[in-house]
Design a protein around this ligand. Structure first.
Ligand SMILES: [Ca+2]
Ligand SMILES: [Ca+2]
Ligand SMILES: [Ca+2]
Ligand SMILES: [Ca+2]
Length: 339
C-alpha cells in the first residue's frame, strides 16, 4: 500500500482513510510518518491539488503526499496565503456547496471562512471553472489578508473577511469590483508591474488575463494573455522565472505552456503538451529555481518543465514513486515561501 501521511484534526486518528482497517502496525507507521512530516517545518515546497474531491498536499522536499481531512467535494482551489490558524500558509478552496474554506499546511485547521449567501444577504461564490486567492487589497474595507473570488455569475470580484463570522454574509463579504468583461477566476494579488503597489490578476469572462489597479474600475487586458480553459482555467500564480520580474504561468488556447509578463511579452515553453487546467509555479526539485508544473494534455499526469528558457525539459512528477492524475477542474496550486 502506498504510504500516506495525514494532517490530524484534534488527534482523530480513527478517521484516517487508510483504505484498510488500520492495524496497530499501520497506525504506528502512520504516526511515525507524521512525526517525520512535522520535523520539516514549515513545509518548504508544497504542491496543492485535489484527488476525487479531496485536497492533497505534496511536499517534494521529503517526497510525501498528505491528504487533508474533511476536505470533501473541493471544486476550486487557490494559491496559499496566511489567514487562519498559525503561521503556516493556508490553502483556500471552494466546495460543492459554494462554501469557502482555508486549510493550514502542516497544521490541523480546516476552517470555514464563508458559508455563502443567506436569504437576501451576501453573494454566492463561483464553484466551478474558477480560482480564488488570498492577499491584502488596500481599497477593501477589510484590513489584513482577505480572500478574493468571483461571484457565481462571473460578474464581480468579491472579498471575504476571514476574521469574521462565516455565517454572517453581510459582515464578512463585500463587492470589490463589478467588471464589464466579467471575472471567472481570481489568480493573484501581486505587484506584477513592479510599481510598489499590488494589482488583482484575474481571468475575465472570455478567458482573457486582466489586472485591476487599486484605483481602477475595469480590468486592463494583458496582451497575448488568452487562457486555455477546459475543466478549469489554465493559469497559475505569478512567479519569478529567472528574469527578476513576475511572469504569469498559463496554458494558451493551443495547449502550449507559456509565461507572460504584464507588458504582454510571452514566452512559450512547449508545444501542445499542456491540458487547459490550472498550473503552478513551484520549486519542485529544490534547486531554488521555479519549475512550471502542469497537466499533460494526453495522459492527465502532472508534469513539470525544468530549466525554464534553458532547455525547457519536461519531466513527469513522481509522487512517492508514482505519476499522479489529480482532478483537472481545481487543478494545481502553489504555496510556501515563494508566494
Ligand atoms: Ca495560517
Ligand atoms: Ca503594481
Ligand atoms: Ca527548482
Ligand atoms: Ca530545476
Amino acid at each position: 500500500m502506498k504510504r500516506r501521511t495525514f494532517i490530524l484534526g484534534g488527534g482523530v486518528l480513527a478517521t484516517l482513510s487508510l483504505g484498510v482497517t488500520a492495524t496497530n502496525a499501520s497506525l504506528a507507521n502512520t504516526v511515525s510518518s507524521i512525526a517525520d512530516f512535522r520535523a520539516v517545518s514549515p513545509i518548504s515546497r508544497p504542491l496543492v491539488y485535489v484527488d476525487n474531491g479531496n485536497l492533497q498536499l505534496y511536499d517534494s522536499s521529503v517526497d510525501t503526499e498528505t491528504a487533508v481531512q474533511n476536505s470533501d467535494n473541493v471544486q476550486v482551489i487557490g494559491d496559499a496565503g496566511n489567514i487562519v490558524g498559525g503561521s503556516n500558509p493556508d490553502v483556500p478552496y471552494v466546495t460543492q456547496k459554494s462554501e469557502a474554506y482555508a486549510t493550514e499546511l502542516n497544521g490541523n485547521t480546516n476552517q470555514l471562512v464563508y458559508a455563502g449567501r443567506q436569504g437576501n444577504t451576501g453573494v454566492s461564490i463561483k464553484k466551478s471553472t474558477s480560482r480564488l486567492t488570498i492577499g491584502e487589497w488596500p481599497p477593501s474595507s477589510f484590513s489584513g489578508d482577505i480572500v478574493l473570488t468571483p461571484d457565481k455569475n462571473a460578474a464581480e470580484i468579491i472579498a471575504i473577511n476571514p476574521d469574521g463570522d462565516p455565517n454572517n454574509a453581510g459582515a464578512v463579504q463585500e463587492s470589490i469590483a463589478t467588471l464589464g468583461n466579467g471575472c471567472s477566476g481570481v489568480v493573484a494579488i501581486a505587484d506584477i508591474d513592479d510599481d510598489g503597489s499590488v494589482e488583482i490578476v484575474f481571468v475575465d469572462g472570455s478567458q482573457q488575463l486582466r489586472y485591476l489597479e487599486q484605483n481602477g474600475s475595469s480590468g486592463v487586458a494583458i496582451s497575448n494573455g488568452g487562457i486555455g480553459t477546459n475543466n478549469g482555467h489554465g493559469v497559475g500564480y505569478p512567479a519569478d522565472f529567472g528574469q527578476n520580474k513576475l511572469e504569469i504561468p498559463f496554458v494558451d488556447g493551443s495547449n502550449n505552456p507559456a509565461i507572460v509578463d504584464v507588458d504582454g511579452n510571452k514566452t512559450t515553453l512547449g508545444s501542445g503538451i499542456a491540458a487547459k487546467a490550472p498550473v503552478a509555479p513551484v520549486d519542485i526539485d529544490g534547486d531554488y529555481d521555479t519549475e512550471f508544473v502542469f497537466f499533460d494534455s494526453n495522459t492527465g499526469e502532472v508534469n513539470y518543465i525544468d530549466d525554464i528558457r534553458d532547455g525547457n525539459t519536461v519531466n513527469t512528477l513522481l509522487v512517492e514513486g508514482s505519476a499522479i492524475t489529480p482532478d483537472q477542474g481545481p487543478g494545481l496550486a502553489a504555496s510556501g515561501a515563494d508566494l
